[in-house]
Design a protein around this ligand. Structure first.
Ligand SMILES: Cc1cc2nc3c(=O)[nH]c(=O)nc-3n(C[C@H](O)[C@H](O)[C@H](O)COP(=O)(O)OP(=O)(O)OC[C@H]3O[C@@H](n4cnc5c(N)ncnc54)[C@H](O)[C@@H]3O)c2cc1C
Length: 382
């Protein structure tokens, strides 16, 4: 089947997971798609994350998006040839305040399918011979894990190989007006333009960044060798994670925050979300810390990295972890919005996820943006 030139052309700026998710949704809807990426390959937030597709821990308005994304991710992974692992997520509680959060969570509808885990089960899921008998866990069984580096590259390749898709790397977009995208390689015409520039949205649309208070959030991450790598085990969230994911809310979460303010102010100061994902190559992605900036400086705080290493070695019950890589990731952040999706002018959609969950939600955001577009497709494809 060849496609007529009357097929509307959607140009997408940015080949991170948000741009690529929109590209897949646009191709599925029947449009022609060109993705423009300034770098020679995507090296932004989408390859720097945990690859944690953590659908289960999102509550409120994000829960519906998470549920949609849970349906879409396996289909994208299958078509792009991505290994997607049904690891689930173990939410680990190691003291009374954290156990109270799990008890509170279990009474909520969002956790209806979560599975309580006793100390023995926790040890098994962590790959430890034993843990403190007071440890408890909650398994979120629907969560998935991917290798973010491979996943983003594979989706990009799938888009580029599609008969209606094209990916142009090393092509910087300088300006977008209705119907015309000005790039470092000349102008491209479009029926609709989707800006998925992550934390760089303000470079193209400073007014939107100002209006929505979009700044940068810098996170520190490490990749370490798995102490016992015989199987891919669940992702792990800990007490600090309970303060960050929207499905955890209520008096027990407030009490945990107060408890941590007293016992571990250092973790709150670095806005830690101590968590990990485990991968079949025998490595573990661990992190993370958060710092808000207008423009994130490149420097890693070694005290923070050392704390992350010590804390997660403690979770794994291992000796010192062997560090293979350290890096900083940056995502867009806004104090008042989780997602910014606006139309700065007719024919242009600008979308960025302003909290650290875009890897999980990307496919659902792509599907929703495309569902709201009203471009007429030709009656027939010849
Ligand atoms: C350390 C870290 C850990 C995280 N962990 C998780 C996790 O486990 N699970 C989860 O769901 N989320 C996680 N997140 C959040 C998630 O990674 C982000 O929300 C998501 O990757 C954002 O995707 P994006 O496509 O908007 O941004 P990016 O991946 O940054 O992509 C934007 C792209 O746009 C390109 N671009 C920008 N401007 C232009 C221009 N003018 N012309 C051409 N190209 C341009 C950039 O080069 C870039 O490639 C994490 C984030 C970080 C930083």
């Amino acid at each position: 089947m060849t496609t007529t030139h009357t097929t509307p052309h959607i140009v997408i700026v940015g080949a991170g997971i948000i741009g690529l998710s929109h590209a897949v949704a646009a191709l599925d809807a029947g449009y022609r798609v060109t993705v423009l990426e300034q770098d020679a390959r995507a090296v932004g937030a989408s390859i720097r994350n945990f690859g944690h597709l953590g659908f289960g821990a999102h509550g409120g308005p994000l829960a519906g998006l998470a549920d949609e994304a849970r349906i879409l991710w396996p289909s994208i992974a299958e078509r792009a040839g991505i290994d997607i692992h049904p690891t689930g997520t173990l939410v680990l509680a190691r003291d009374e305040a954290e156990r109270a959060v799990l008890t509170e969570a279990r009474s909520q509808e969002r956790f209806a399918h979560a599975v309580p885990v006793d100390a023995r089960g926790v040890a098994e899921m962590l790959g430890r011979p034993e843990v403190d008998p007071e440890f408890r866990g909650l398994l979120l069984p629907g969560d998935l894990t991917v290798n973010p580096r491979g996943a983003v590259a594979a989706i990009a390749a799938w888009v580029d190989a599609h008969e209606r898709g094209a990916l142009r790397f090393s092509t910087t977009v300088h300006a977008v007006s209705q119907g015309v995208v000005s790039t470092s390689r000349g102008e491209i015409t479009a029926d609709h333009v989707i800006i998925a520039a992550g934390h760089l949205l303000g470079r193209l649309f400073p007014d939107i960044a100002e209006e929505y208070g979009i700044g940068e959030c810098a996170l520190q991450m490490l990749r370490v060798r798995e102490p016992e790598a015989e199987q891919v085990r669940p992702a792990v969230l800990t007490g600090t994670s309970m303060l960050r994911y929207s499905a955890f809310s209520g008096p027990a979460v407030d009490a945990l925050r107060t408890h941590l303010e007293r016992t571990r102010p250092d973790l709150l100061e670095m806005e830690a979300n101590l968590m990990l994902t485990r991968h079949p190559d025998g490595t573990i992605l661990i992190g993370d810390t958060h710092a808000a900036h207008q423009s994130a400086p490149p420097f890693l705080n070694e005290t923070w990295s050392a704390t992350v290493l010590t804390e997660l070695a403690d979770v794994l019950g291992s000796g010192p972890l062997e560090v293979l890589e350290r890096w900083q990731g940056v995502y867009a952040q806004s104090a008042n919005h989780d997602i910014v999706s606006v139309q700065p002018a007719p024919g242009i959609t600008a979308i960025t996820v302003t909290t650290g969950i875009g890897m999980t939600l990307g496919p659902a955001l792509g599907a929703r943006t495309l569902a709201a577009l009203n471009l007429s497709l030709p009656a027939t494809h010849s």
